[in-house]
Write a protein that binds this ligand. Structure first.
Ligand code: PLP
Length: 391
């Protein structure tokens, strides 16, 4: 079965009770048992719910895996994956990653005795040097948020020894453009809030694996800690995921054109998009991904104040956190999504005050380009001024 067929059919059999073609929203917390301990495989909805099962089967199939565990958010899925580890274990992490993931690692799991080393994972030698005898997990985000750096998944996976686990946050690329398990990873994590849900109307996450022992442990945590999505949210995510392929093709087409437009402007200092031949890892992107996605970042020339001016006055790019919906969004990573990273670390990683990130949506391309062009022209004269204080 090919990708779009899986998205529409796996886990979506007609409802056994009624024949309903669309998986029903099983809005129930519990299930009536015929005798003590005798039931139809469903006992309590924290443990298992048919709408959630349909979502888990659908998304696992898109990553070419057998097992998915859905969560109430991407962070809840990340939390469950890190719960595979114990005090004293060590994790090697990409140094460019979603700020909330950094916050969970640095401010929660460190207190429980896990150790993290952040490295530039574009450099395989740096990864090798960071490994210690206690290393149990590699956490990769590729393309990364917000600098669109790429990590060679197969190269990291080839460094794996024994029971070590390679995890890829595949939120930006989606399974349509990148298949990390095929490249040697053991777990894929998604914020399904983003492209998989696709319509900015639901928060969710999932952890996917083809390894039965890992799945058992994640499911244990899913039930024990209980960060599960409700059936309505699972249902919305299923509906969104059915059109993932269609949307991703268009997101990538629009993003490529926007990236080329921005690069052609003399008042744009730098554009980060893996589909541009000028991207330092364009060759890896072509090898590892089947498309370049809908996310890009860029740095405006001129004072940082211009980036603030630019971001707040666009017609079709809403100034908002999140990404991956049908509507275009713009964000200022330094003050928004990555505000939880200390300023000196942010600057060191290249997340400057002039950096802006776009989630390029599915609007008509000419409207998007006109919007950006007009705003670039209007803000051309912005002078250095007091920057807004940090949030
Ligand atoms: C790459 C990435 N991973 C994980 C998350 C966290 O997902 P959620 O907001 O669904 O908890 C985000 C959220 O922005 C993200 O961008």
């Amino acid at each position: 079965m090919k990708f779009s067929t899986k998205a529409i059919h796996v886990g979506q059999e007609p409802d056994p009770a009624t024949g309903a073609t669309i998986v029903p929203i099983y809005q129930t917390s519990t299930y009536t048992q015929s005798r003590v301990g005798e039931h139809k495989g469903f006992d309590y909805s924290r443990t298992v719910n048919p709408t959630r099962v349909a979502l888990e089967r659908q998304l696992a199939s898109l990553e070419g895996a057998r097992y998915g565990s859905a969560f109430a958010s991407g962070m809840a899925a990340t939390n469950a994956v890190l719960s595979l580890l114990s005090a004293g274990d060590h994790v090697v992490v990409s140094d460019d990653l979603y700020g909330g993931t950094y916050r969970l690692f640095a401010r929660v799991f460190e207190r429980f005795g896990l150790r993290f080393t952040y490295v530039d994972m574009t450099d395989a030698d740096a990864v090798r040097a960071a490994v210690t005898p206690a290393t149990k997990l590699f956490w990769i985000e590729t393309p990364s948020n917000p600098l669109l750096k790429l990590v060679d998944i197969a190269a990291i996976a080839s460094q794996r020894r024994g029971e070590q686990i390679v995890v890829v946050d595949n939120t930006f690329a989606t399974p349509y453009f990148q298949q990390p398990l095929e490249l040697g990873a053991q777990i894929v994590v998604h914020s399904t809030t983003k492209y998989i849900g696709g319509h900015s109307d639901v928060v969710g996450g999932i952890a996917i694996t083809d390894d039965h022992a890992i799945y058992d442990q994640i499911r244990f945590t899913q039930n024990a800690a209980g960060g599960v999505p409700g059936p309505q949210d699972a249902w919305l995510t299923i509906r969104g995921a059915k059109t993932l392929a269609l949307r991703m093709r268009e997101h990538a087409r629009n993003a490529q054109a926007v990236a080329e437009f921005l690069q052609s402007r003399s008042d744009v200092a730098r554009v980060y998009y893996p589909g541009l031949p000028s991207h330092p890892q364009h060759e890896l992107a072509k090898r590892q991904m089947s498309g370049f996605g809908g996310m890009l970042s860029f740095e405006l020339a001129g004072p940082p104040a211009r980036a603030f001016e630019f971001a707040s006055g666009l017609k079709y790019f809403s100034l908002a956190e999140s990404l991956g919906g049908v509507e275009s969004l713009i964000c200022h990573p330094g003050r928004m999504t990555h505000g939880s990273i200390p300023p000196e670390q942010r600057e060191r990683r290249g997340i400057t005050d002039g950096l802006l990130r776009l989630s390029v949506g599915l609007e008509d391309l000419s409207d998007l380009l006109d919007d950006l062009r007009e705003r670039l022209d209007v803000t051309a004269g912005t002078r250095e001024s007091e920057l807004p204080s940090p949030v």
